[in-house]
Design a protein around this ligand. Sequence first.
Ligand code: NAG
Ligand code: NAG
Ligand code: NAG
Ligand code: NAG
Ligand code: NAG
Ligand code: NAG
Length: 517
Amino acid sequence: MFWFTLLTLFSVSSGANILLMFPLSPKSHVNSFVPVFKKLSENGHNLTMVSSFTHNYLIKNCTYIKIRNVVEEMFFKKPDSVKEARKYSNSLFSWPFMRKLQLQMIETCLKGNCLRELMEGNYEFDLMISESLYLFEVFIAFGHVFNVPVISIDAHPPSAWSSYLTGNVHPYSYVPNYRIPMTDRMTFKERLMNTLLNLQEVLGSYYFLPEQERIMRTYLSYNGTYDFPPLLDMLQNTSLVLVDAHFSLGYVRPYLPNIVEVGGMTSHGGSELNEELQKFMDESEQGVIYFSFGTIMNLTLMPDESMDIFKSAFGQLKQNVIMKWESDHFPNKPKNVLAKDWLPQNGILAHPNCRLFISHGGIHGLTEAIYHKVPLVMIPFVSDQFANAYFAEKEGFAKVLGYENFTVEILLHAINSVIDNAEFKENIERRSMILQDRDQSSLRKAVYWVEYVLKHKGAKHLRPASLYLNIFQYFLLDVIAVIVLSILLCFSLVFFFVYVMIKIVKHCIRNSKQKRD
Ligand SMILES: *[C@@H]1O[C@H](CO)[C@@H](O)[C@H](O)[C@H]1NC(C)=O
Ligand SMILES: *[C@@H]1O[C@H](CO)[C@@H](O)[C@H](O)[C@H]1NC(C)=O
Ligand SMILES: *[C@@H]1O[C@H](CO)[C@@H](O)[C@H](O)[C@H]1NC(C)=O
Ligand SMILES: *[C@@H]1O[C@H](CO)[C@@H](O)[C@H](O)[C@H]1NC(C)=O
Ligand SMILES: *[C@@H]1O[C@H](CO)[C@@H](O)[C@H](O)[C@H]1NC(C)=O
Ligand SMILES: *[C@@H]1O[C@H](CO)[C@@H](O)[C@H](O)[C@H]1NC(C)=O
């Protein structure tokens, strides 16, 4: 009997059909969680991924449903994607633009019937993993279509909106928004800014929700086949959130049990250098500088002036440089530069000759640099990159440069000061120890929690009661009102009593005076 119970308890969690629903998610957001998907596949689960990218990694036994790449068409095919990206660097103004752009992308995709294959393919699933708590809310509808529990991923520390949807605690007083560079110890001005940004996210998302709801009902209902509950209800019904964040890569903040921190999964030992790279790095006696702006930014589209600065600076270095360059053609390439369109980042950073990482400040690059103890020069462009760079600078293992006043001298000075100053290396070694000291790896934790949701067919018991409260109840405004009113009542009673007493006493005095007269 015991064995039977055990068997039924665990049998559900092996060999489940899992839908990985990332139609428009940026590649880097999905990449953070690829190690989990790989492990799930190894554990015998059958994965189906909906995505607009062809991924250059292989998850075994994963069926891909590749859809039209609307993101690329509408955003990155612009002639200067760097300039385009910089439009979104002002945190307070970028957000409404991003939201609108996102909605256009979603509508363009659905109007073009990009998900027809999924809708009409007679698929059956046991679980959906999607990115539906930030910008891609509408795709949560597929949790209802396939009648499965939903796990959401957060590629950033949870936003105020994501916390709102999951009932998580999110005090604006000490949880910094990842879109502005500041720490968890904020000045008055920073707390004001933090509050405004968070309110913008929550109220703004609320404002756009009816639009998403319209898109959902217009394009996904298939002549009313699916009687969708309200979008907000489905979002608040998310079983679990896996967050690509960790306190060792930022700040301490509260999480309820339905939010699981699994940051840093992409870092690993990395022994995957090919012969050419291995030889190049081994023979670089003066050390190697690794230069990459990540998967989203295409360096070949960077303005020539900026590229010339890098080339000129690199040409003057005694170190060799390995850089990510998305083309076979590289005019005026300095002799000490090796350029490739795809590079095994962990492997390069793990090599003992790697001295410095020049990065745009993406969280994965930063995590991997910390993991492999390579100090950085960071040139942030958008989104969380400014906050990541600020964190690294404050912790003393990176120098941060602005893109505006960028010159060969400034770049060379930054590179040389980070390489020559041992303090940067010492600080990153200390941080690396904190990052790696875990009771279990983030990957194991993530896989555990996915299988936990499978096993229990959702995780209703993790749902915090805050989701059942309205705003007055949540902030105890009703209780505070009653307490304040009671206190006021007491005070008024005392005042009234004193007033009456004084009146009586005065009256008595006057009376006795009159009597004496
Ligand atoms: C795995 O999922 C695919 C759909 O993506 C399905 O066609 C196939 O039958 C599934 N395999 C098993 C063993 O369930
Ligand atoms: C997964 O793929 C391997 C071949 O790569 C195959 O032998 C195995 O049966 C597959 N497993 C499932 C569950 O489909
Ligand atoms: C919430 O999720 C469960 C499965 O986890 C599902 O049975 C239920 O219908 C969902 N409710 C809503 C409102 O989406
Ligand atoms: C919706 O209904 C219309 C007419 O009733 C029909 O032509 C169309 O094929 C239906 N669409 C789907 C997706 O079932
Ligand atoms: C980068 O842009 C070049 C055009 O300059 C293009 O040929 C290449 O495919 C792009 N690479 C990526 C990864 O987007
Ligand atoms: C570069 O610009 C930033 C602001 O964009 C400024 O804080 C910094 O002092 C400038 N650095 C130099 C060397 O001019």
